[in-house]
Structures are given as structure tokens and as C-alpha cells.
Design a protein around this ligand. Sequence first.
Ligand code: ASP
Ligand code: MG
Length: 411
Amino acid sequence: MSFVVQKFGGTSVASVDHIENVARKIMAARERGDQVAAVVSAMGDQTDRLDSLAKEVGFNGEGSRREIDVLLSSGEQVTMAVLSMVLMKLGCPAKSFTGRQAGILTDSSHTRARIQSIDTEALRSSLDRGEVPVVAGFQGIDDAGDITTFGRGGSDTTAVALAAVLGADECQIFTDVEGVYTTDPRAVDTARLMEQVTFEEMLELASLGSRVLHSRAVEFASKYQVPLRVLSTFEDGPGTLITKEDSNMEQPIISGIAFTRDEAKLTVLGVEDVPGIAWKILGPISEANIEVDMILQNVAADNTTDFTFTVSREDYEEAMDILGKVANDIHAREVTGDNKIAKLSMVGVGMRSHAGVASKMFEVLAEKSINIQMISTSEIKVSVVIGEEYIELATRALHSAFDLEEQGIKS
Ligand code: ASP
Ligand code: MG
């Protein structure tokens, strides 16, 4: 018997009919002899609707994020009850659990909380009773007892975290696509479904804009070595298995191309080239809980330099405000910004043993007359920042230049 955690996303639970389909999948797994715990998202686009309620009110002051978490977490609470009732109606014992009831303790960063510990007692006894515990995704409580949420898409993280602490054999993420593709199939129609991808690659792809999986979920899966499978709720198929690197496996040099349009860049011009400048600029940004992605500082000519970094577009205004104040303190000449940029990254563990990926990438972009604004590289990825309007053109050109529609270039 194996034990699986099955997570069902919003489109998979969009109506009672959909939820019946989900219930039958869970029951089929049990009939095959598996033990199942379920994690659910809010029905359909309910989280968007709840979010627009908050936007309609338009209050962003002290205390607002706590209330947004109370509001957003209610979507999952509806699904967990409906799925549990449907399962019981079909003759399968089930019981719903909110994040709190499932013992999920987080820090207090409302709307982007991180799990700190999970007390598995309640879920274990539910499983021991032969029930399917149905857990509300994307939520927990902090030590003050306040409801927290994990950021959009966070139900994946709930599923993987539970799979890790409960020792599941596999965490299955059921969704409306058939698995993980070499790039976004909406942008490139020759995008190919991957059979398997490593945690490391998936981590890069997920944090870089492949929206199939929440990046924190992949982080967890990698840390606790939980095999993760992304598969379709609507079509039968093996999906994509995300797992640790197998040295016997032939690795393509490039596994996938991810991009994100939601980027913005900020530049502080004419700052003095002295110790402490990066800290003075980025310290206040991090104190405001804004995640910084790429950072670039130039060589100083005439003792001053320019300092550029990128943040997600939703944090742009706030980051600009903060820099406005900082610029004064450090006597910078000017702060400029651009929130019409996008980031594209090519990812592949095969890059470790193959030089020349970056230069080939730059050549392809040059042929399309696409200007590169920033570049960053790591062992298994090359990222560029380009104008938002070029993102699809660039992705298509690279996807084809690196033969990703085939099996990828084998090392
Ligand atoms: N319902 C939340 C969202 O739409 C969490 C999730 O589905 O993963 O972002
Ligand atoms: Mg999702």
C-alpha cells in the first residue's frame, strides 16, 4: 500500500460536478489500495473574487493584511466541506480540516506566510480511522492564532508540506494541464510535455514564472525529497514527475524556458562607491518584505556608481517610495524605474557540463534585435531582462534554436 497526498486546484473543483469527479479519483486510488489525504483549492476563481472584494474596499493600512487572509482563506474552507460531503455521500469516509485544524503553524507574514511546523496528530488519527482527511490549502495560523495564507498558488505548498511530514510516497498535484511543459504552451505551440524534471530545474522554472507549481512547494519537495507529480484532473496520463537528479539519466542541456512579465526594475543613479551602499539601499526594501531578484552594480567611474535591482511588479510603487527616501539619505543623484520589463530564463542541469549556452542565447536574441537589459547566470540557468513586448518572440526563437520541441539537446 502506498500513501499519496492528492491536491486539487481551483479548476478541478469548480462546481459540485467537478468535485464529484475529484471524489471518484480519490476513491479509485483507495480501491487500488492507496491511502489518500486530499488538499483543495478554492472553487474556480473564487480567490480572485474574494481578492477583488478587498480591492473594492481599498484599505491598505495597518491590519489590512490580517483581514485579507481571513477573507481569502474562506474559499478553501468551502471546498473542503463540499468535497468531504460528496465523498461521504458516495460512501467514502472523509473529514474536512482547516489549516488550523490540520495543525499548520506559520510565521505572521500575512498574505505570504511561511510554514514553521505541522502538528500531524489530528491528520494521523483521521487516516488511522480510515478516513480521507480533506485539508484546506494555502492557509495556516500564526502563534497569535490568526489565520495566515501562503500567497497565491499556495495550496501546492500545503500539499507538499503535508506529504513531507506525513511521509507520503508521492505528492500528486492535479491541475488543468497535463504536466510541466518545456515552456508556456500558450506562447509557443510546439511546447512539449516533460516526462521528468529535477527538483533543481523545477525550482528555477517555478520561481521564474512557470506557473504550474508554487515555488515554495518545490523547495519543500526538494528539501524533504518528496517525489512530486503534476497531472491532469481531466485527462488520464502520467503527467510530469519531479524528482532528484539521477546520474544515469541522460540530461538535456536545456530542460525548459520560463518567463515572467510581472517584473519591474529600479535604478539608483550616482551613488557613492563606498562600503555599505548596497545595504543602505536594499536593507529598507527587505524590511518592507519586498523580495529582490536580480541585482546589478556597475564599476565606479569618478567614484560614483549606479545600482539596479528588480522586484515583482506589484511591489514596484512601494519600492519606488522607499528608494525616494533612501536616495536623499545617501545623496544619490536620481532614482529611475521601469515596470514594463520581463524576465526570461533558460534552465537545465546539463549546462553544468556544457559551455556556450549563454553565448548562443545572446546570439539568438541579437538576430531578433532584442535588447538585453540585464543578465544573470547560475550553474543551471541563464536569465535575461528584456522589454515586455519581446517576451513571446524571444521565447519562441529560443525554444526552436535549442530544439526543445524535440527531446532537447542531449549531453
Ligand atoms: N486559492 C488560492 C489561489 O487561487 C490558493 C491556491 O489555489 O493554490 O491562489
Ligand atoms: Mg495553482
